[in-house]
Design a protein around this ligand. Structure first.
Ligand SMILES: Cc1cc2nc3c(=O)[nH]c(=O)nc-3n(C[C@H](O)[C@H](O)[C@H](O)COP(=O)(O)OP(=O)(O)OC[C@H]3O[C@@H](n4cnc5c(N)ncnc54)[C@H](O)[C@@H]3O)c2cc1C
Length: 638
């Protein structure tokens, strides 16, 4: 057997749990598993959309064209109206997926904020892609602060319609995905001006391009904003209106209406959270799976990569080094926690939608808080994990051929889009500081018991850290009130950093709770390895932020040292299982877009093959500019 293939095979033989039992748990249900497997099969077998080694040498236009082709082909194989069918498209292909914004953001907003008639009017046209609509909220001057958006929609009582206008350069819509070329409609968030009064920011469904020619309509200025860190195939766009008239029916009118010349509000305004839930839920569900891809590459490569000899004069796989395990194993453990959190959140959001449709808003705010916390926490963690995986692969990790750099830069925007992470955390903190919050927040109802509990069980320590931090920030706010600062100043200038910390601790604790739920319901064959993973996850969280426990005297320095020893013990237990834990995800080589983390473990052959045979820079020969330069015979300046 080829020597590095043998290393990987031996590692596979050391795995002691049935990998397929974990696979079932990771994908949650048959439908999700089947769509992931089907998508991987289709990419590998369709030459026009197959992930291509030379992709990162292509120009942006070629990459965009390929992304449209991907959508066309996948449309034939999957039901794109179903978010579970979307998920694989977002994580398994090179480049982003066109119309993901339209399906993932605009359609849910239309469903929740539009009337049934409006949904019936436009909804079916999305499915046939007769309509593709950007979600046009952010402007050059304001993103997070939605209430200060400047675009105006002024009601004209003479004509019973609206005039949409961009009053200044800072009011130009900027960043919406799929706006640059693809969309013929946009859901535009604008200040509704009624009888000269500002009635707040509301969404308007607006046609921006001609049905036949796809050219911008008169009064609309639209285009692509230019190159970015990643996301090269996404046509993030700009959009401005010059006194552009839109019909009365453009205003999504489930909760806000103009009827018979009268403005009125109905139901719960907080419903606007619901429309953002689908896209945030997708971020939490999909992108930890891309972290799992980078971990698959890094762990396979770390088994096949050998550096330096041991006392038997054999070369060590770099995974044998404790420092390499420290880069990868706690992240692998966390990845499982995040995957389970993503699955549980899908259920919570689904349950919430059913309630909202029956006008029951009782779980809306809690679901919003959980989604915000986990969106923020998981999105930053995925980017950091891609970076650590890259580092763990040394020089070859830096090459696009490893598959890891693209995971880094295509997941990086998730930290900012769909609610900037720190702004999200602050909303979570606000919710946590309410007095009685039920559901996954009921630790707040048991503060006394938590403080009295002396156990050093990891779950208890996570809960204790969260509780102590919450008490500390609440006390600080209380103590500062009356010192001349108002609540807003205290929030922004005195406790901001503490608030972020509490919200992060909440995300970690929620993940722990869900991890434990999944272990309880798991097949006995995988319970032990999952418990070890959950222990490592929790322990790493405690070791990363021990200050609260140490300062409060709840753990001693000796206990802290012991925790480090327990962690090393867990490394020893989990190292032989690591390959099985990543291979349970069942990614094909093509879906991993890698030459260093393939199933047959031959990194060097593929690195050389891709560099020599797939690399179009070489295939096209020496660029003319090099010949010209060498021909000039530059004289040294002495
Ligand atoms: C790739 C990509 C795709 C996007 N797609 C879309 C789309 O489809 N549709 C759309 O409408 N928009 C889209 N956006 C825009 C995105 O939603 C906004 O950029 C995002 O909401 C952040 O807003 P901002 O840019 O105004 O950041 P800002 O809010 O200006 O953030 C700047 C800094 O200020 C801090 N900050 C802001 N407010 C506070 C506060 N109250 N307290 C403490 N700190 C604060 C932030 O933490 C951050 O560090 C996209 C952006 C990107 C990068």
């Amino acid at each position: 057997m080829h020597p590095t293939t043998q290393l990987l095979q031996e590692a596979r033989d050391r795995v002691t749990f049935p990998v397929q039992d974990l696979t079932k748990l990771i994908y949650g249900n048959e439908e999700i598993y089947e769509t992931f497997m089907k998508a991987q099969k289709v990419i590998a077998s369709e030459p026009s959309i197959r992930n291509h080694p030379d992709y990162h040498n292509w120009g942006r236009k070629e990459q965009i064209i390929k992304s449209y082709e991907k959508l066309r082909v996948m449309h034939q194989h999957l039901n794109l109206a179903n978010a579970a069918h979307w998920a694989p498209m977002l994580s398994l292909f090179q480049g982003t997926t066109p119309s993901a914004v339209s399906f993932g953001m605009t359609v849910p907003a239309l469903r929740f904020l539009g009337t049934d008639e409006q949904f019936n009017l436009w909804g079916p046209k999305f499915l046939t892609m007769e309509i593709v609509a950007a979600y046009a909220q952010t402007e050059i001057g304001h993103g997070s602060d939605v209430q200060n958006l400047e675009t105006t929609a002024t009601y004209d009582s003479q004509t019973n319609d609206f005039v949409l206008h961009t009053p200044s350069v800072s009011a130009v819509k900027f960043w919406p995905g799929e706006l640059g070329f693809l969309s013929n409609y946009a859901l535009v968030y604008a200040k509704l001006i009624f009888n000269g009064k500002n009635k707040g920011v509301h969404p308007f469904m607006v046609q921006i391009r001609d049905n036949a020619t796809h050219k911008p309509l008169q009064g609309v200025v639209v285009g692509d904003i230019g190159p970015k860190l990643g996301y090269s195939t996404k046509d993030n766009g700009f959009l401005a209106f010059e006194n552009y008239r839109i019909p009365l029916n453009s205003l999504l009118a489930r909760y806000v209406r103009i009827e018979n010349g009268q403005f009125s509000k109905h139901g719960n305004e907080k419903i606007s959270y619901a429309s953002m839930m689908v896209s945030r839920q997708l971020i939490i569900f999909v992108y930890p799976r891309m972290a799992a891809q980078s971990l698959t590459v890094a762990i396979r490569y770390s088994i096949t990569r050998q550096q330096f000899t041991n006392d038997k004069r054999e070369e060590n796989s770099v995974l044998e080094y404790q420092t390499q395990q420290d880069k990868l194993l706690p992240r692998l453990a966390t990845c499982y926690g995040m995957i389970f959190a993503g699955l549980r959140i899908m259920e919570l959001v689904d349950d919430n939608f059913h309630r909202v449709q029956k006008k029951d808003f009782s779980t809306l705010q809690q679901s919003h808080a959980i989604l915000s916390a986990l969106k923020a926490w998981s999105s930053q963690w995925v980017v950091d994990t891609a970076e650590w995986c890259r580092l763990s692969c040394g020089g070859h990790g830096y090459a696009h051929y490893s598959g890891i750099p693209a995971i880094y830069f295509d997941t990086a925007p998730n930290v900012t889009l769909e609610g900037e992470n720190q702004v999200m955390y602050l909303q979570v903190a606000r919710y946590l500081l309410q007095e009685k919050v039920p559901f996954y927040f009921n630790f707040v109802l048991h503060i006394k018991e938590t403080l009295a509990n002396q156990s050093t069980d990891f779950g208890q320590l996570l809960k204790l850290t969260l509780t102590l931090q919450l008490i500390s920030v609440a006390k600080k706010i209380k103590d500062t009130i009356g010192t001349g600062k108002n609540f807003q100043q205290i929030w922004n200038e005195v406790v901001g950093v503490q608030l972020l910390s509490v919200a992060q601790r909440y995300a970690e604790y929620f993940t722990y709770l869900v991890f434990q739920e999944y272990i309880s319901s798991a097949n006995p064959s995988v319970k032990e390895v999952l418990q070890q993973m959950c222990d490592l996850y929790s322990l790493q969280v405690i070791l990363d932020n021990p200050n609260t426990l140490i300062e409060s005297g709840r753990i001693t320095v000796d206990q802290f040292k012991q925790f480090n020893e327990i962690k090393i013990d867990l490394f020893n237990k989990l190292k032989p299982q690591a390959l099985g834990l990543v291979e349970a995800f069942n990614f094909t080589d093509n879906a991993l877009r890698t030459c260093i983390g393939c199933h047959d473990g031959k990194p060097y052959e593929y690195i050389y093959e891709w560099a020599t045979k797939e690399n179009s820079v070489n295939i096209k020969g020496v660029p003319q500019a090099v010949n010209d330069l060498m021909g000039t015979k530059i004289k040294a300046r002495l």
